[in-house]
Each structure stands twice: as structure tokens, then as C-alpha cells.
Design a protein around this ligand. Structure first.
Ligand code: 5GP
Length: 178
């Protein structure tokens, strides 16, 4: 990859406005629920989780989990492996899984099952972006930021070979620039 900046797909302003909307909806939905635990999926969700959690008007705690990804490539194997589980006790609590991106849906489906094994009061899901055309499994995203096409995106937590995670926008590398 050369030093050219990725092309903007979702601008910083668009993302921040959408995060605010999602936070308002989550705050309203969980208004009467004690013990909301936001579970961020490392590494890609760290910025989305940070922004989303700080926009909520309700009490919440934060946990992280890590799953194996595609390595440094960009092709889904469909196989998901847990690398790090939550540290706190989430039994009886309301879990909101916070994902960066849903592609085939295998990861999120696996994570929902994983979280349910901890016997929480409920499990819901939030994802900033979804590649709608790439879905291979049926999985519900309760709070979705944006639908995008099938290109590999970077920024706002998302990487390509660990690069570009801290861009404030979501962009893609043009094939001619790669
Ligand atoms: P799924 O299991 O839904 O196919 O894949 C989800 C995971 O694949 C995401 O958590 C992310 O790690 C990775 N992924 C899928 N598409 C992209 C993409 O366009 N950019 C980046 N950076 N990661 C992606």
C-alpha cells in the first residue's frame, strides 16, 4: 500500500451524526434497564464503542472481547475463534455487543451465542456498518449505522494490515492505489 489517503466513503460528520442518533435510541430503549454492559469486539470496535458509550444518557459499563479475524488478509473463512472473553460477570445483565463491521455475519452470530452462554438478561447488537450483499447467515443488528457495498473499508477503528485504524472517517483504498 502506498501513502495515499483512502477515499472517503462515510465522512467524520456523517459518522458522528449517526452515532448520536444510535446513542439516543439506545438510551431510550434501555432507560428502565439496570446493568447495561456494552461489549466491544477488539480491535476494530474501539473507536465506535468509545464514541457511542460517551453519547449515552444512561448508566453503562464496558467490557471487551477478542475473536480471531482474517489475519492480514481480507477473505472470510467463516471460522471464528474466541481469543479473549469478558472479564466481568455479565450474568443477569443486559448485554449490547458493539461491532465495527458485519460482513458475512459469522462473527456476530458466534458472539451472540457466546454471550448467551453467560446467561445475561438480554443480548442485543450494534454495528457501525454492514455489508448487506455479503450476508451468509441471518443475524439481527438492533442498532445499525450504515449499509455499505462490498469493498474493504478502513478507518474509524477498521484496519488493513493494522494500518489506518485512527482515521476519523471510513474510507476505501482504490485498487489503483493499493
Ligand atoms: P464476518 O464474520 O461478518 O464475515 O466478519 C466480521 C469481521 O470481518 C469484522 O469484525 C472485521 O474484523 C472483518 N471485516 C470484514 N469486512 C471488513 C472490512 O471491509 N474492513 C475491515 N477492516 N475489516 C473487515
Amino acid at each position: 500500500m502506498n501513502n495515499k489517503s483512502p477515499e472517503v466513503l462515510l465522512s467524520e460528520e456523517e459518522i458522528q451524526a449517526r452515532v448520536l442518533e444510535l446513542a439516543a435510541k439506545i438510551s431510550a430503549d434501555y432507560e428502565d434497564a439496570d446493568d447495561l454492559v456494552m461489549v466491544g469486539v477488539l480491535k476494530g470496535s474501539f473507536i465506535f464503542l468509545a464514541d457511542l458509550s460517551r453519547r449515552l444518557s444512561i448508566p453503562r459499563t464496558i467490557e471487551f472481547i477478542a475473536v480471531s479475524s482474517y489475519g492480514n488478509g481480507s477473505v472470510s473463512s467463516g471460522a471464528v475463534r474466541l481469543v479473549m472473553d469478558v472479564r466481568g460477570n455479565i450474568e443477569g445483565k443486559h448485554v449490547l455487543i458493539v461491532e465495527d463491521i458485519v460482513d458475512t455475519g459469522h462473527t456476530l452470530k458466534y458472539l451472540i451465542g457466546m454471550m448467551k452462554s453467560h446467561r445475561p438478561a438480554s443480548v442485543k447488537t450494534a454495528a457501525l456498518v454492514r455489508k448487506a450483499e455479503s450476508a451468509e447467515v441471518d443475524v439481527t443488528i438492533d442498532y445499525l449505522g450504515f449499509d455499505i457495498g462490498d469493498e474493504w473499508v478502513v478507518g474509524y477503528g477498521l484496519d488493513f494490515a493494522e494500518q489506518n485504524r485512527t482515521l476519523p472517517y471510513i474510507g476505501f483504498i482504490k485498487p489503483t492505489d493499493a
